[in-house]
Design a binder for this molecule. Structure first.
Ligand code: ADP
Ligand code: MG
Length: 704
């Protein structure tokens, strides 16, 4: 359990004065909360990092103040000149002075009483904001701060600038962040002092205080000591958590999963194709790993269409040959269903009993599925994160296969492993995005990898072309010709409703438009449809009743309709490379010549242009992944915010790669000498793990 001295950090942000139910809603909009956290907490405020700073340290007298600059003035209030009645456009002016001159503070659409209360005539006030010249006179419109002498300290001379949302002012954010910092208890130092000294990094609390209460402008920079230290803390926590999971798995006297190969043979016989060389190699690596006495944690990397599903099925067959059960988990319902459909005929041929469990199976149906699972009548359970629910009990789960892994968090991964009775479940994670080494380490720590490098035989290259929105009509004509020859089209649009951004070619609008042209054969698939509607639509597309499937990015992962040979992506400039590559992978699976049309809205930005060009030039997922990393740089390194994966809160900094490598080495060293984190530093590191919410990793010690 999290130590109680950390509780103040994990209390609701509502415990901070000035933050009530209304602000909570606003905060929820602008803070990046980790998955599963419904309401902002104090710690989420701490991790809401500034993007810049306003320097209010210039405190000139009026005679020497530079118009256009931000200043803090000590003024005596002379006289209020409210807007004349009936003239709502005229401002309320307040004339003030110091020993060297006069200035008008100007307020538009302001409430008179409120201003009079803030600036009582005859009194001294500290006022901060941008000073301007208006004709001969000096003025300041809507000062940022007006404080009485006794509240002078509330005026932040160096004010961090935070990402905000409409209705939430920077002022409130500053106040909230400062209070949040004050909740940070004294914590044991978890970093080595030599390392901190060498880098010139401050202690944790000092670092966080510097960022939210900067003493100098560079303090809020993500390249400076305070932020770098926190980034390193976060990276170390992550690496340590992974290393612990791994250590735990390797230490387990996992059962040896080995079978006679009879079920695998039956599956192979039922396959309409031969396994590729890479599929065979990967399977050999996997079965060796399963037969060894430690638990398996292996990543199967293979580009879209490289045939991971069959490898997954063969792997599960090993578990079943050994008398146990297996689970296959997909990130979406559509995908889970698709897996089930692909696997069902093969499973039947091999005598395997499979079941499907998603959010849709309810009541009696669900009960029956669970019963068969618990009694061992089901060999393979396929599903979504519904598999995590605590009442899902296996008789003997020996292997969990997790598809399209980057969509699941480490928490979920651990939860599924925990379903194995003796904590000895082997895990195979599959990802379609070839992930560069740095990202691999970030997401998984140091794990074993198998790669599918060959594409199944018979794949044809996909012709990719970028074209401006203006050419849409020509594209539609080409599609008309293709449809006549039996083609099928995916048409991807980024957003579902056009209400927010009118220039977005929203899926619904495009759907209506294409229906007008092509009639009934046009279908629409988007996230707001019920699961049943989604299935029906996908089924109609797979059968060919739907010729053009207009979709939001719900089709991004895994979906397999071999006859579909044209992929149109609208607003392609808005997608990242990895996503474009994923989408393109939906076509080129059948015997037809395939096309990917990247429709963009001109003018194209520099990076977007490079992305589209890259797509035109290559289909090699590894090359694309590397280019992707290069184009995105450190800033957005994981794309985690978008995908809902466990993102970083502070670690997206310059020098990320170096810090990560150091954190990874550090984690290995630490566990090498103190595997149970019992030394004083080990204890402090446990605190670090809790601060960064890697509770599951610490929990592993309970078993140990
Ligand atoms: P992904 O790696 O994207 O999950 P899939 O497993 O969905 O790829 O496979 C894509 C398609 O390739 C499927 O239709 C599958 O049946 C087919 N396939 C898989 N392996 C081979 C192979 N060795 N030879 C020919 N086709 C294959
Ligand atoms: Mg797949």
């Amino acid at each position: 359990m999290r130590p109680s001295f950390l509780n103040p950090l994990f209390a609701s942000a509502q415990t901070i004065s000035g933050i009530g139910p209304r602000f909570i809603l606003l905060l929820k909009k602008c803070l990046a909360l980790p998955p599963g956290v419904a309401e902002p907490r104090v710690i989420d405020l701490l991790w809401h990092m500034p993007t810049g700073i306003i320097d209010r340290r210039a405190e000139p007298q009026l005679a020497s103040a530079v118009p256009g600059s931000i200043v803090t003035l000590q003024l005596r209030v002379l006289k209020h000149k409210p807007a004349p009645r009936g003239n709502r456009k005229a401002p309320h002016k307040v004339t003030c002075e110091d020993d060297t001159g006069r200035i008008d503070l100007v307020f538009f659409h302001a409430e008179r009483k409120f201003i009079e209360k803030q600036l009582p005539e005859g009194e001294i006030r500290f006022v901060s904001g941008r000073i301007e010249r208006y004709g001969e006179a000096l003025q300041m419109a809507h000062p940022d701060y007006i404080v009485a002498p006794e509240a002078r300290d509330d005026l932040p001379m160096l004010e961090p600038v935070y990402p905000l949302t409409a209705g939430l002012s920077g002022k409130i954010m500053v106040k909230a962040a400062r209070q949040a910092v004050d909740r940070v208890p004294e914590l044991p130092e978890w970093q080595e002092s030599r390392w901190l000294e060498a880098r010139g990094w401050p202690a944790f609390k000092t670092a966080i205080n510097r960022i939210h209460r900067p003493l100098d402008a560079p303090d809020v920079s993500n390249g400076a000591g305070p932020w770098q230290r926190l980034a390193y803390d976060e990276l170390l926590a992550g690496q340590l958590a992974f290393a612990l999971v791994r250590q735990n798995m390797k230490a387990e006297r996992g059962r040896r999963l080995a079978g006679k190969g009879d079920i695998r043979q039956k599956i192979a016989d039922a396959l309409p194709f031969k396994l590729t060389g890479s599929q065979q190699t990967a399977l050999a690596e996997i079965s060796d790993d399963l037969a060894a006495s430690h638990r398996m944690l292996r990543l199967l990397q293979g580009d879209v269409g490289s045939g991971k599903t069959v490898v997954a099925l063969m792997t599960m067959a090993v578990a079943i040959e050994a008398g146990a059960q297996a689970a296959l988990m997909a990130p979406t319902e559509v995908l889970a269903r698709q897996h089930q459909e692909t696997i069902a005929p093969l499973a039947e041929a091999a005598g395997l009993r499979i079941a499907l469990l998603t959010g849709r199976e309810k009541g009696k149906v669900r009960d029956a599925i669970l019963e068969r699972l618990a009694s061992g009548e089901t060999d393979i359970l396929i599903g979504t994160h519904a598999l995590f629910q605590s009442d899902v009990v296996f008789k003997d789960l020996a292997l969990a296969v997790i598809d399209e892994q980057h969509r699941f968090g480490v928490h979920q991964r651990l939860a599924l492993q925990a379903k194995g009775a003796n904590n000895d479940t082997n895990v195979l994670v599959m990802t379609a995005t070839p992930i560069p080494r740095t990202l691999l380490m970030t997401h998984y720590g140091d794990l074993d990898v198998s790669k599918l490098t060959e594409k199944p035989a018979g794949r044809k290259p996909i012709t990719t072309k970028a074209l401006p929105l203006e050419s849409l009509e020509r594209l539609v004509e080409r599609i008309r010709a293709q449809l006549a020859e039996g083609a099928q089209v995916y048409w991807v649009c980024p957003l579902i409703e056009s209400s927010e951004l009118t220039d977005l070619a929203a899926a619904e609008e495009r759907f209506a438009h294409l229906r007008q042209i092509f009639g009934e054969g046009v279908g629409l698939l988007h996230g707001a449809l019920s699961a049943k509607e989604k299935d029906e639509t996908m089924a109609a597309f797979a059968e060919g009743t739907i010729k053009i499937l207009v979709a939001t990015t719900v089709i991004e992962v895994g979906v397999n309709v071999p006859n579909a040979n044209i992929m149109v992506i609208e607003h392609a400039e808005r997608f990242g490379l990895a996503q474009l590559h994923q989408l393109r992978g939906r076509v080129g699976r059948g015997s037809r010549e395939s096309f990917c049309m990247l429709v963009y809205k001109a003018p194209l930005g520099e990076t977007a242009g490079q992305r589209l060009k890259m797509m035109e030039e290559t289909e090699d997922g590894f090359k694309i992944a590397e280019k992707d990393l290069e184009l995105r740089g450190g800033g957005e390194i994981l794309g985690a915010r978008q995908s809902g994966a466990p993102g970083f809160r502070v670690a997206e900094v310059p020098g990320y790669d170096t810090l990560l490598a150091a954190a990874s080495d550090d984690a290995a060293l630490i566990l090498g000498s103190d595997p149970n984190l019992t030394s004083p530093r080990g204890q402090a590191l446990r605190t670090l793990l809790y601060v960064f919410e890697c509770d599951e990793a610490v929990r592993l010690f309970r078993a140990a």
